[in-house]
Write a protein of this length. Structure first.
Length: 380
C-alpha cells in the first residue's frame, strides 16, 4: 500500500511539474544567476520580410493584408509574401487584388502550411523574416523595434506575445486565455534564464540564414525553433512582437486543434530528439519540463487514476472501488453539464490535455496532419 501511495504521489507531482515546480525552478535559476539581458552590440538589420499562409480565410484575409501593409510601412525595406494553400472560398481573388503591393503565391492543390512556408522562404533573401498566421492582427506600433532583438548576435529567433481578445465568449475561450497567460509567464522566465524551447506560430521572427526547409508533415514553427536552438542560437520572448487573436470558443474546435498539434509537434520531437539530447543541461531540462512531460500528461493522469483505483480497492474492497469510479464519472458529467466554479474549468483543461495525448498516440502510430482545417469559432 505504501508503495502505491508513493507511486500515486509521484504521478501527481509529475503531472503538476510543468505548471507548478517548473516555473518555480526557473524563478530560482533566475535569482541564482540573474536575468540574461540582450547584448545589443551588432548592427541593425537592413531588410525584412513578412510571410503568411492562408487557407479559406475570406472573412479575415483583407483585414490581415491591410494590417500587414500597415506593419510594412513601419519597417525599413520590408516585403510581404502570402501563400494560399488551395483556398476555394474566394481568398485567392482577394489576394490577387493586392498583387501590386505584395507577393502572392497560390497553390491550386493543398500542400499544407509547412510546404507553403518553404515556398515563401525560397522567394525572399531578407535578413529577418517575420512569420504570422492569417487570422491574427499584428500590433503595428511596436513592430519597428523587432530588429533590436537581432542586434544581439546570439539571438536567432524572437517569439512574439499572443493576446486572446474573446476571453468572455465561452468557457473554452476562457481556458485558452488563462493557458495563454501562463505560457507568456513561462516565456519570460525561459528568456531570463537563457532560451525559450519553442516558438509560437502566430507571430515570430528569425534570421533568414538559419531557416531550413520543413518536412510537409511537420509543424513549421516548432521545426524552425528547434533548428535554430540546435544550431546554438537563443530564442527569446519579444514583447515588441504582439499578435491579437480570437481563441476557439467551441470545445470541439479546440480538441481537434490540440489533437492535430499534438501529433505534428511529436513528429517534430522524434525528428530532433537525437540532437536535443546533446543540448546543455538547463536547456534540455526546459524542453523536457515545458514540452515532453506536457505531451504525456494525459497518460500520467490516467496512470494516477488507475493507481487511485487500486488503492481504493485495496483499502475498501469492491465497494470502495465502485464509489471511486462513481465519484470520477459523476464529477465529469457534473463539470461538463453545469458551469461549476473551478471544477468545470479544470475538467475542460483535462479534456484538452487528453486531446494532446491522443495526438501523441497518433504520431506514434505513424499518422500525419499535413493540412489544417480552419476552426470556425476562432474566426469572426
Amino acid at each position: 500500500m505504501i508503495a502505491l501511495l508513493v507511486l500515486f504521489a509521484l504521478a501527481v507531482a509529475l503531472f503538476l511539474h510543468p505548471y507548478v515546480t517548473y516555473p518555480l525552478s526557473l524563478r530560482f535559476v533566475r535569482w541564482l544567476q540573474g536575468p540574461m539581458p540582450l547584448a545589443i552590440v551588432g548592427p541593425k538589420p537592413t531588410s525584412f520580410a513578412i510571410v503568411c499562409c492562408a487557407y479559406n480565410e475570406r472573412k479575415d484575409i483583407q483585414q490581415k493584408i491591410e494590417n500587414l501593409l500597415a506593419a510594412q510601412a513601419r519597417l525599413p525595406n520590408c516585403e510581404i509574401l502570402v501563400h494560399s494553400d488551395g483556398s476555394t472560398d474566394g481568398t485567392n481573388e482577394i489576394l490577387r487584388s493586392y498583387r501590386d503591393r505584395i507577393t502572392v503565391s497560390i497553390a491550386e492543390a493543398r500542400g499544407g502550411k509547412s510546404a507553403g512556408m518553404n515556398r515563401l522562404l525560397s522567394m525572399t533573401d531578407a535578413e529577418i523574416v517575420i512569420f504570422t498566421d492569417a487570422n491574427v492582427m499584428i500590433d503595428i506600433d511596436r513592430i519597428p523595434r523587432v530588429g533590436e532583438y537581432f542586434q544581439d548576435p546570439a539571438v536567432g529567433c524572437a517569439t512574439g506575445r499572443l493576446v486572446y481578445i474573446n476571453k468572455a465568449s465561452s468557457q473554452t475561450a476562457m481556458i485558452g486565455t488563462m493557458y495563454r497567460s501562463f505560457e507568456e509567464n513561462i516565456k519570460r522566465l525561459e528568456t531570463d534564464t537563457g532560451t525559450i524551447v519553442y516558438t509560437d506560430g502566430t507571430l515570430f521572427a528569425i534570421r533568414r540564414m538559419l531557416f531550413k526547409p520543413v518536412p510537409p508533415d511537420i509543424t513549421d514553427d516548432f521545426h524552425t525553433a528547434l533548428t535554430i536552438l540546435c544550431a546554438g542560437y537563443r530564442n527569446v520572448g519579444a514583447d515588441n512582437l504582439i499578435a491579437y487573436e480570437q481563441a476557439a470558443s467551441v470545445q470541439r474546435d479546440e480538441v481537434r486543434r490540440r489533437i492535430r498539434i499534438g501529433c505534428r509537434v511529436f513528429n517534430c520531437h522524434r525528428l530532433f530528439w537525437s540532437k536535443l539530447r546533446r543540448l546543455n543541461a538547463l536547456t534540455l531540462y526546459k524542453y523536457v519540463s515545458h514540452k515532453l512531460i506536457r505531451w504525456f500528461s494525459g497518460y500520467i493522469l490516467l496512470a494516477a487514476a488507475a493507481i487511485g483505483a487500486v488503492i481504493a480497492a485495496m483499502a475498501f474492497g469492491q465497494l470502495g472501488l465502485l464509489i471511486y469510479a462513481i465519484a470520477l464519472v459523476g464529477c465529469y458529467f457534473a463539470a461538463t453539464t453545469f458551469a461549476i466554479p473551478i471544477m468545470s474549468p479544470l475538467c475542460e483543461a483535462v479534456i484538452h490535455t487528453m486531446a494532446t495525448a491522443y495526438g501523441v498516440l497518433l504520431s506514434l502510430r505513424g499518422e500525419r496532419f499535413q493540412t489544417w482545417t480552419v476552426a470556425s469559432s476562432s474566426r469572426k
